[in-house]
Ligand binder design. Structure first.
Ligand SMILES: NC(=O)c1ccc[n+]([C@@H]2O[C@H](COP(=O)([O-])OP(=O)(O)OC[C@H]3O[C@@H](n4cnc5c(N)ncnc54)[C@H](OP(=O)(O)O)[C@@H]3O)[C@@H](O)[C@H]2O)c1
Length: 316
């Protein structure tokens, strides 16, 4: 498994990472806690060293599973978690990046993860109610106490990154990015490159669309994590995605690889991408995704694929 450095940090992580939202359960069909622990261990055994989780994934469940699974190999695994989405007893989630909330959240994450530090601490979503300076002060305290090695952000615009990084150093951005969602290419990825940061694309398989397992009859059910994603909820766009996927599948067939591998490799073609964190609850899918590390995407194929996913709507 090849590795890449996150920004200018000392973190050198596997190109294929592991996204732990799915094992949190909420919004996804996941297995039992033991099965989920097993899949995270299998990810590590298959060469994955970078694991992305968050407190809100299953309200602590995902972090607990990641912590349990990686406890014995903690010194060889990189754990990224997040901060800034808190929930109440009724399960209502809200954004909060206030100083005291961050200082409480980090301790709760470390307890669930059974560790005394995380490698990367990422702001999950911006909170417009809290001044960036206050948030940065708390993050500096987290760094100084060595509870986190580095700070990153997720779902931030270039302007928001610029403001926050004037108070605290940022090494990475985790944006939504895939062949079916290219919005970040306009000014967010250029900013990331200019600053020497890295990007960690989330929903790299467009929540399963870029695996070929979803067909035109798919209906988003209640509680389905896809219910807030316009690649699914805008029905005309959804059907155009299915057409694009048929063309992409044809290329994958010619290359004798899976569509998921093509989607992962297409992201890794850009040097600013450090790791692709596809989420899975299945050993078969995990192995399929990991195999993307075994072959090279030629410039010619990259361009052929890119032409199929170049319509204006994928940038909006
Ligand atoms: N920062 C944020 O705001 C944010 C938002 C969303 C996600 N994320 C992170 O990004 C990670 C991944 O994104 P995502 O959860 O949106 O979804 P994704 O990785 O784009 O897609 C996951 C879906 O694809 C399926 N899948 C994965 N590999 C497959 C394969 N080889 N063949 C067939 N199906 C396959 C999974 O089902 P199976 O379980 O059956 O394999 C699951 O339904 C998350 O786990 C999380 O860590 C972050």
């Amino acid at each position: 498994m090849k590795s890449r450095r996150i920004g200018k940090s000392e973190l050198i992580v596997s190109e294929i990472g592991y996204g732990a939202w799915e094992i949190g359960g909420a919004g996804w069909e996941s297995g039992s806690e033991d099965e989920s622990v097993d899949i995270v261990r299998k990810a590590f055994d298959n060469g994955i060293t970078f694991f992305d989780t968050a407190p809100v994934y299953g309200f602590g469940r995902s972090e607990r599973i990641v912590g349990k699974a990686l406890k014995k190999v903690r010194d060889r695994a990189f754990i990224a978690t997040k901060v800034g989405l808190v929930w109440d007893d009724s399960g209502k989630v809200r954004k909060c990046l206030k100083k005291n909330s961050i200082l409480t959240e980090i301790d709760e994450s470390l307890r669930r993860l059974q560790t005394d530090y995380v490698d990367l601490y990422q702001i999950h979503w911006p909170d417009n109610e809290t001044p960036a300076q206050e948030t940065a002060e708390a993050l500096q305290m987290v760094l100084q106490s060595k509870k986190a090695r580095y700070i990153g952000v997720s779902n931030y615009s270039a302007e928001q990154m610029k403001e926050l990084s004037s108070y605290v150093p940022l090494i990475s951005l985790q944006p939504p990015y895939s062949m079916l969602d290219r919005r970040v290419e306009k000014d967010i990825l250029p900013y990331v490159c200019e600053q020497g940061m890295s990007a960690i694309p989330y929903s790299p398989l467009a929540k399963g669309l870029l695996t070929g397992r979803i067909n035109g009859d798919y209906k988003v059910g209640p509680g389905d994590a896809r219910g807030l994603d316009k690649n699914f909820t805008d029905h005309d766009r959804f059907l155009r995605n299915i057409e694009r996927i048929e063309k992409l599948k044809e290329i994958a067939r010619e290359l004798e690889i899976s569509l998921s591998q093509l989607a992962i490799k297409w992201l890794l073609y850009r040097p600013e991408i450090c790791s692709v964190i596809a989420g899975t609850t299945s050993e078969k899918h995990l192995k399929d995704n990991t195999r993307a590390a075994e072959w090279q995407l030629s410039d010619q194929t990259y361009e052929k694929v890119t032409r199929i996913v170049s319509d204006k709507e994928l940038f909006e």
